[in-house]
Design a protein around this ligand. Structure first.
Ligand SMILES: NC(=O)c1ccc[n+]([C@@H]2O[C@H](COP(=O)([O-])OP(=O)(O)OC[C@H]3O[C@@H](n4cnc5c(N)ncnc54)[C@H](O)[C@@H]3O)[C@@H](O)[C@H]2O)c1
Length: 319
């Protein structure tokens, strides 16, 4: 099957880079980008783009039929920090959009679905180090609850209606092209911007808060890999643990100091500290490594070098 792809939420941090990668692999005419607004003009102007509300089943169905779509990547969501401010909005968007896409697959309008879960499915009662694939999951944020419930529904639609749903639990994603959209790991992107513009950063998490993280290129690779794996190799239909590296704000600051020696960091924890405290420090992703051969590439120092290089050029071109 040649994928004819619809990306919902394509203007966001991950959706934007996924759009470029999928167009590179499958060709511009086979990848339709969509979002609720024109918030990322690079995406809007880069190929076929549709305004689409992920909460509108009829509109998604019309778009799927118009473009003869067989594969949907559902990237629209409200993330952890924003979800705590707007709990019902997060619940409605995150759940309604998933049901719409699962129901389109159940009704055979589409054949394959990618939907990302998150490390936010875990909670304070989860083992924090090397968190196993199957373990206690009692999420404490609205966002985490939507992802945990979403996982259960994905598995249910696969078992009951043979929906080909594939999912990974992304850790915090670090990237330079598009700013992150209101998550607890956003500090690990903001810090690089501030390192370049101000040579100092005030972090909203404590210095010793270890969290699982990943460079965008690895996150996109995982997404492409799981979606192109053979059907029988995908043994988990809720969502796969996915891991690359783990570090604290202090360790991240040290890695920046290796490139910018006079960079300084201060700490002023806010409400996001409690969210971070409830999440794992590191993740056991051996199922993903065994089932569909997942491997990450980027170490912390690789990420720091690439982020400072790319953002340095971006800010230079703007001035
Ligand atoms: N970025 C991370 O660190 C991270 C970590 C774990 C999981 N995830 C998951 O990955 C997915 C993508 O995350 P992201 O970081 O790119 O998010 P983001 O906030 O950067 O982007 C989300 C996009 O969805 C769009 N959107 C919002 N409401 C919409 C609606 N009603 N209809 C259509 N589009 C709508 C927004 O305009 C935005 O462009 C989400 O499911 C998120 O939960 C992200």
């Amino acid at each position: 099957m040649t994928p004819k792809i619809l990306i919902i939420g394509a203007c966001g941090q991950i959706g934007s880079e996924l759009t470029f990668k999928l167009r590179e692999i499958y060709g511009d005419k086979n990848v339709i980008a969509s979002d609720i607004s024109y918030s990322n003009l690079e995406i809007v102007n880069s190929g076929i783009f549709e305004i689409l509300d992920a909460e509108d089943y009829a509109a998604i169905k019309v778009c799927v039929e118009k473009h003869d779509i067989n594969t949907v990547y559902l990237m629209a969501a409200i993330l952890s920090a924003t979800g705590e401010k707007y709990p019902m909005k997060a619940w409605n968007l995150n759940m309604n959009s998933l049901f719409h896409v699962l129901n389109l697959a159940k009704a055979k309008f589409i054949k394959k679905v990618f939907w990302p879960s998150s490390i936010a499915v875990f909670g304070t009662t989860t083992p924090k180090k090397n968190t196993p694939q199957f373990t206690v999951m009692e999420p404490s944020t609205v966002y985490g609850i939507t992802k945990q419930v979403g996982e259960r529904w994905c598995e249910y639609y696969h078992n009951k209606y043979a929906v080909d749903i594939r999912s990974v639990r992304y850790p915090g994603i670090i990237s330079w092209k598009t700013m992150p959209g209101g998550g607890t790991t956003d500090y690990a992107v903001e810090i690089y911007h501030k390192a370049i513009t101000d040579k100092k950063y005030e972090c909203f998490l404590k210095e010793d808060t270890a969290l699982p993280m990943m460079f965008m290129d690895d996150a996109i690779k995982a997404t492409v890999d799981i979606m192109s794996a053979d059907n029988e190799d995908i043994k988990i239909r809720s969502s796969y643990n996915l891991s690359a590296i783990s570090f604290t704000p202090k360790e991240l600051a040290e890695s920046i100091k290796q490139e910018i020696p006079d960079f300084t960091i201060t700490y002023n924890p806010d409400f996001r500290q409690a969210i971070a405290n409830s999440w794992p420090k590191s993740i056991d992703d051996s199922n993903a490594r065994e089932d569909w051969n997942w491997k990450h590439k980027f170490s912390l120092q690789d990420i720091t070098k690439e982020m400072l290089k790319q953002l340095g050029e971006k800010y230079k071109n703007q001035s």
